[in-house]
Design a binder for this molecule. Structure first.
Ligand code: GLU
Length: 496
């Protein structure tokens, strides 16, 4: 009996911008599989297409993974036994592999100019044929090719793919796939600038880095037979291929930016919490029992299996992500939530609010707003009045919009003053005492409690919708509450 190889999976992004959700879901699934299997998860930077490089990408890739709580065992930043983990630093290895393929007759030098290739493509199009290299240079003798290359003639290396046979490979999710080689052309594995194409580079790296499962998006499935042939031609034992389905938009079409094809860091900015995004993406196209949706990272690590991924693309559902975010916020232990709120408020509150922010204050209001928050980005708008030295009082229109006060600014001001007097004189400063006293005052002045409380809420918080009133007043404090109530009263009906 042979023991299966140690599970080693890689996340192999290209530095072409911020990783979006589809890309990051690949990282999540690969990471979960590695952790589930007690194997290794590594990062390899695929930067052979230097023209598409976007500065800062790598940092954003790290940032996205770190935010999600994904760690790696080897990578460009931390090295490892198969370093370097950046393809542009591994060029000699691809050259060696290409030379081996040339020597063994699996590849040949091609001198066709870009003009010739363009003409060929045009002719193929006109004839209704599928585009692809016509194999002209395959007929060159090795001696002639070697002489021309030695004389400095520009050339690429092509892999001999097209023939009358078939290629069979196994994809973990799809089973056996057989294709006819005549549908492929002899593709480029080494470009004229000595950079490899993805086809060659990733095979060499996956082999050298002892990757057990090649996990990647299914946009690579059509090319997988090419890769299988390179693995064979180099005499390497093939890994397990796993092609992940794409994520679709809510309407079943391509996932657009508006519907979620954003970078993970944008979700962080918009106020999603990492646990929710991780959970949401992990189960987008993977299912444990067809009904459970909420999983901790630890639980996922325990139960995740690549084989349970559906080959049918799942649709991105923003509402579900929002719902899940709310659930995560509601279920989070309070100290953790307070820390998240504090971090977010530090970013979002206006600069004239003194820093560092009062942590005890944040801890005090956290339990009263947690049920109302779906996104962290909503927090500042909900609680800014706790921090403002003087709250921005809404205009009289706002105060007098309720039916009771519509034609009675003096009555509204009088009610606010009555409550201010009560609060000022209150002996016991607790939620219950504040509530009892305010209700008592409303009754004493013969007003409906609801009508009076609406005025108080506007005066103290500046908002129609705010955290619960009595708790809010308790936290805002006696002095500030009284001065805000009086300020609002004066604005409505100045005393003479
Ligand atoms: N660099 C490739 C990409 O970003 C990775 C494909 C793979 O994982 O092999 O699409």
């Amino acid at each position: 009996m042979t023991t299966p190889p140690r599970v080693r999976v890689r996340y192999a992004p290209s530095p072409t911008g911020d990783p979006h959700v589809g890309n990051v879901r690949q990282a999540i699934w690969s990471w979960l599989f590695a952790r589930h299997s007690g194997g290794d998860f590594l990062i390899r930077l695929e930067d052979t297409d230097q023209t598409r490089k976007v500065p800062g990408s790598l940092e954003r890739i790290y940032g996205s993974l770190r935010w999600l709580g994904i760690d790696w065992d080897e990578g460009p930043d931390i090295g490892g036994p198969y370093a370097p983990y950046v393809q542009s630093e591994r060029l000699p290895r691809y050259r060696v592999a290409a030379d081996q393929l040339l020597a063994d007759g699996h590849a040949y030098l091609c001198f066709c100019s870009s003009e010739r290739l363009a003409e060929m493509r045009k002719a193929q199009q006109a004839a209704g044929e599928s585009p692809g290299y016509d194999g002209l240079c395959r007929t060159l003798s090795v001696a002639e090719a070697t002489t021309r290359a030695a004389a400095g003639e520009a050339h690429v290396v092509r892999f001999k793919m097209r023939d009358d046979g078939t290629t069979t490979l196994v994809d973990l999710l799809r089973g056996e796939i057989t294709v006819e080689n005549r549908h492929f052309d002899d593709f480029v594995i080494l470009k004229s600038d000595q950079f490899p194409t993805y086809h060659l580079a990733h095979v060499v790296d996956d082999y050298e880095m002892q990757i057990s499962h090649v996990t990647r998006g299914d946009e690579w499935l059509p090319s997988a037979p090419r890769h299988a042939r390179i693995w064979d031609a180099l005499g390497y034992a093939r890994p397990t291929f796993v092609h992940f389905p794409v994520i679709l938009g809510p309407d079943g079409g391509k996932l657009s930016k508006r519907h979620g094809a954003k970078s993970v860091l944008e979700y962080a900015d918009e106020g999603y919490v990492a646990g929710a995004v991780f959970n949401f993406l992990a189960i987008l196209g993977w299912s444990f029992d067809d009904k459970t949706e909420l999983f901790t990272r630890a639980r996922l690590t325990e139960i995740f299996d690549l084989a349970d991924i559906s080959v049918n693309p799942a649709a991105f559902d923003t509402q579900k992500l929002e719902w899940m975010n709310g659930v995560y916020l509601r279920d989070m232990p309070e100290p953790e939530l307070t820390a998240l709120f504090a971090e977010r408020l530090d970013r979002d509150l206006p600069t004239d609010v003194a820093r560092p922010l009062d942590r005890a204050l944040i801890a005090a209001f956290t339990p009263h707003i947690r049920e109302r928050v779906k996104l962290l980005s909503e927090v500042a708008g909900l609680v800014d009045f706790f921090f403002a030295a003087s709250v921005v009082t809404p205009g009289a229109d706002e105060f007098l919009s309720a039916k009771r006060w519509r034609d009675d600014a003096a009555g509204a001001a009088g009610s606010l003053r009555a409550i201010a007097d009560t609060i000022e004189a209150l002996a016991d400063w607790s939620t219950a005492a504040i509530e009892a006293a305010m209700r008592g005052t409303a009754e004493a002045i013969d007003e409906k409690a609801g009508d009076v409380f609406t005025l108080c809420r506007l005066a103290v918080t500046g908002k129609r919708i705010a955290p619960p009133l009595f708790e809010t007043i308790e936290i805002v404090g006696r002095e500030t509450t009284v001065s805000r109530l009086r300020a609002a009263a004066s604005a409505l009906a100045p005393t003479v």
